[in-house]
Every structure is written in structure tokens, then in C-alpha cells.
Design a protein around this ligand. Structure first.
Ligand SMILES: Nc1ncnc2c1ncn2[C@@H]1O[C@H](COP(=O)(O)OP(=O)(O)OP(=O)(O)O)[C@@H](O)[C@H]1O
Length: 253
């Protein structure tokens, strides 16, 4: 399988995960395609984070499989999946506060290129790394902040930086866990614009509570309740679905 539009580059098949008597993931199957944002929503405790952790490799399912690029990766660790091209943003990256914005991205680029120190090649290699870091910063809209200390960025800009660092790994799949959390409307709008811009090149899974963002960005929405998927389809399909409305009303949304 490859990165051709319209084919699932990433797939979960019949995942199950229980904690004691509680089914946190109940026969979950989901497909992600390049060029699409697939939102995973559901009331509190529905199992969204548990599902995402099984997709990223942080958590082993009790049963079921995860496939990426035509390969069964169920037993692959999170770092291994990240190297292959499955990036979970906001978890796999850590910002160094005392580094500049550009240095943070350069470190991520360096880890990707498995830079081996060589006295003669160091300068030219570093020039390449810095160029790549700058290109990534431009891509996420932080081009003008390259020499700023990372600690001095706003909350929203830090999220943009984290995305640049995730992109440094050259992923095909982006797993985003509530990227808008803690943001005001302006920052949240900026991040939404960035995700729209990135969309054509990636298969994106978006776990998000903000329904305005979900309805704006998602091509496909899947709804989890008690670990099971009760609906999956277009924005209109899901918005009009009675079971979905009931599930959300029951939670007082
Ligand atoms: N490590 C764990 N041990 C026991 N129970 C757990 C564990 N992790 C999650 N759960 C339970 O599994 C269920 C699903 O939790 P999960 O965090 O995946 O839901 P969620 O949809 O992400 O919730 P929220 O929207 O509140 O973040 C919940 O009932 C939760 O209490």
C-alpha cells in the first residue's frame, strides 16, 4: 500500500481493550486516508484517548490489528511507528524551552536524518539541517519566530512548533490528540488553518472536543460511545444521526 489518495494508508481492525470489566475499546475499526481529516469524537470517557494510544503504539490492544502502509504494525512500539511515519503529536515531541524555535526543529530534523558527527561534513550537513528546519517553520507559520526562545512562544505557537517537530520526522499519518485544547478562538482558528493546509499530504486523525472545529475540518467523523463506534460518516450524516444526538444529549452537551 502507498500514499495514494483515496486508499487507507492506516487502518485499525477490530481493536479491543478492557480494563477489568470495563471495555474501553470495543471492536473498533477505523481507516485513515491521505488527504482526509478523520475526526474521532465522543462523550467524556468514550475511549478516544485509549483508541489513539493503540493506534500510536503506546498501548497494546487485547485483540485486533493495526496496519500501516500495507504492513501489520500491531506489535511495533511507538518510537518504531514514529520512525516509520506515524506521528502522534503533542506526545512524541518535547520542546526544549531554552533552545530557540529553530534549534528545536533542527534537533528533530537531526534525529530523523540520523546525523553522524563528521568533522569535515558537519558544517555542510548542519546547513542542510538548518535549511530544512527553516522550511518546516515556514510551513507551520512560524518563519518569523526562528530565533525566538521557545519558552517565549504563546501556547498556540508552541503547538505550531510541536507540529513542525512532528513533521520533521516526515510522517504520513498524524494522530492529533485535542490539539486545540487550551487555545482561544484566534489561536484555534490559526491551527485549524494550518491543518487545512497540511491536509492534502497527510492522513490525519483528529480527536477534538470543539465541535465547531470538528464540523469545519473533518471529512469523516466517527463517534465512539462506551468504546464502540456508533456512527461513522460525513459531517451531515453524523450531525443528523439520532443515536449520536442521544449520546451527546445524555452527556448534557
Ligand atoms: N489505565 C486505565 N486503567 C483503567 N481504566 C482506564 C484506563 N485508561 C482509561 N480507562 C477508562 O477507559 C475509559 C475510556 O477512557 P479514555 O480516556 O480513553 O476516554 P476519552 O474518550 O479519551 O475521554 P475524555 O474525553 O474524557 O478524554 C474510561 O472509562 C476510563 O476511565
Amino acid at each position: 500500500m502507498d500514499n495514494v489518495q483515496g486508499r487507507p494508508v492506516f487502518e485499525a481492525r477490530n481493536l479491543y481493550k478492557s480494563y477489568g470489566g470495563l471495555r474501553a475499546t470495543d471492536d473498533l475499526s477505523i481507516q485513515l486516508e491521505t488527504g482526509k481529516i478523520h475526526a474521532l469524537i465522543g462523550p467524556n470517557g468514550a475511549g478516544k484517548t485509549t483508541a489513539l494510544s493503540q493506534l500510536s503504539g503506546e498501548l497494546r490492544p487485547d485483540d485486533g490489528q493495526v496496519w500501516f502502509d500495507g504492513q501489520d504494525i500491531t506489535r511495533f512500539s511507538m518510537p518504531w511507528r514514529a520512525r516509520m511515519g506515524v506521528a502522534r503529536s503533542f506526545q512524541i515531541t518535547a520542546i526544549f524551552d531554552d533552545f530557540t524555535v529553530a534549534e528545536n526543529v533542527a534537533v528533530a530534523v537531526q534525529s530523523r536524518t540520523r546525523h553522524h558527527f563528521s568533522f569535515w561534513r558537519a558544517v555542510s550537513r548542519d546547513a542542510g539541517i538548518n535549511q530544512r528546519a527553516m522550511a518546516l517553520l515556514e510551513q507551520v507559520g512560524l518563519g518569523g519566530f526562528a530565533s525566538r526562545r521557545a519558552a517565549d512562544l504563546s501556547h498556540g505557537q508552541k503547538r505550531q512548533l510541536e507540529i513542525a517537530m512532528a513533521l520533521a520526522l516526515e510522517p504520513k499519518v498524524l494522530l492529533l490528540d485535542e490539539p486545540m485544547a487550551g487555545m482561544g478562538p484566534t489561536e484555534s482558528n490559526q491551527l485549524a488553518e494550518l491543518l487545512e493546509k497540511l491536509k492534502p499530504d497527510f492522513a490525519i486523525l483528529l480527536v477534538e472536543h470543539d465541535m465547531n472545529i470538528v464540523f469545519r475540518l473533518a471529512d469523516v467523523i466517527s463517534v465512539l460511545v462506551n468504546g464502540a463506534m456508533i456512527a461513522s460518516g460525513s459531517v451531515d450524516d453524523v450531525r443528523d444521526n439520532e443515536d449520536v444526538q442521544k449520546a451527546y444529549l445524555a452527556e448534557g452537551y
